[in-house]
Design a binder for this molecule. Structure first.
Ligand SMILES: [Fe+2]
Length: 297
């Protein structure tokens, strides 16, 4: 059986991948996420993890990594390391030097813990896939974008701290029995004169060039997260926005409208009230159930 479980989450991400009795986690939510994640893992019979993947080093994505590593055997930790050049915090506030130093220390400590109790794979351009059971995720956005924009003399942002860590996000694509899955991390779609960074989501969409059945809306459905090419190519069938329903229908309704325009039959789910467990059938059928009642706070 193949499943992707989107845990209840607002402004943070945590997805459990399940394949024939094997389990992995993509992003680990906030610091206190373990109180949500552990009871849920127990409820689905998971007591060890083949992998944990951190799409980028923001608090709302790596928060419970330490607790998970201390509680469960974990085969491999795939980590997109912190750039140390983040212009905003994980909460979107302006980043200070002290914040950047603290986050770098947090990243170093978590990498050291991962090396001690698991196997650490730092995600870079040489890491192209993550496999578990019937899932084979292709990784996009593996380059150290923020660092390169800062350090490359050809960059228009040479020695300027100009981007947030979201720019470093890894996005993942998988085809399981013909069902296509795109998990967009917090990747954005900014126009930029630096070609490698110009409209990243559109670039990933052109590379994948497939309609998407199950779409984790990048960056919690906020900001500039949905490119024209991405919407034209992906035309998602089901989309999960890790945000409040009221926000998706309110302040971020322009993104909701782009999604609905790409596919008027889209099923758009917000993960504020509950999570969602998607089952991918042997013939590619896709269905979901609400994870209710929501696991304990
Ligand atoms: Fe985020």
């Amino acid at each position: 059986m193949n499943k992707i479980h989107f845990l209840r989450a607002c402004w943070n991400d945590c997805m459990v991948v399940e394949s024939n009795g094997l389990f992995g986690i993509i992003d680990t939510g906030f610091d206190d996420g373990i109180n949500l994640i552990a009871p849920y893992l127990e409820s689905i019979g998971c007591n060890k993890l083949e992998f944990i993947l951190i799409t980028h080093f923001h608090h709302d994505h790596y928060g419970s990594l330490g607790d998970l590593l201390r509680k469960y055997p974990v085969g491999t930790v795939y980590m997109k390391r912190y750039s140390g050049l983040d212009i905003t915090t994980g909460g979107g506030e302006p980043a200070t030097d002290e914040y950047r130093r603290t986050e770098m220390a947090n990243c170093d400590a978590l990498c050291a813990l991962a090396e001690e109790v698991s196997k650490l794979v730092v995600i870079n351009e040489n890491v192209k896939q993550v496999k578990m059971g019937d899932f084979c995720f292709d990784l996009y956005g593996t380059w150290e974008a923020v660092k390169e924009l800062y350090e490359n003399p050809d960059s228009p942002y040479y020695h300027e701290i100009h981007f947030g860590e979201n720019t470093n996000s890894v996005a993942l694509f998988a085809d399981v029995n013909g069902t296509t899955i795109y998990l967009g991390g917090d990747a954005g779609n900014e126009s930029n004169p630096y070609e490698k960074f110009n409209k990243q989501n559109d670039q990933y969409a052109r590379a994948i060039n497939r309609p998407i059945d199950l779409y984790k809306v990048p960056h919690h459905c906020c900001g500039n997260c949905l490119g024209e090419d991405a919407m034209r190519i992906f035309k998602p069938r089901y989309a999960v926005a890790t945000n409040w329903t009221d926000s998706v229908n309110g302040v971020f309704s322009a993104n909701r409208d782009k999604l609905m325009a790409a596919n008027p039959d889209l099923v758009l789910l917000c993960s504020d009230r509950c999570g969602y467990a998607f089952t991918i059938g042997a013939n590619g059928d896709l269905s979901y159930t609400e994870i209710t009642p929501a696991p304990a706070e």
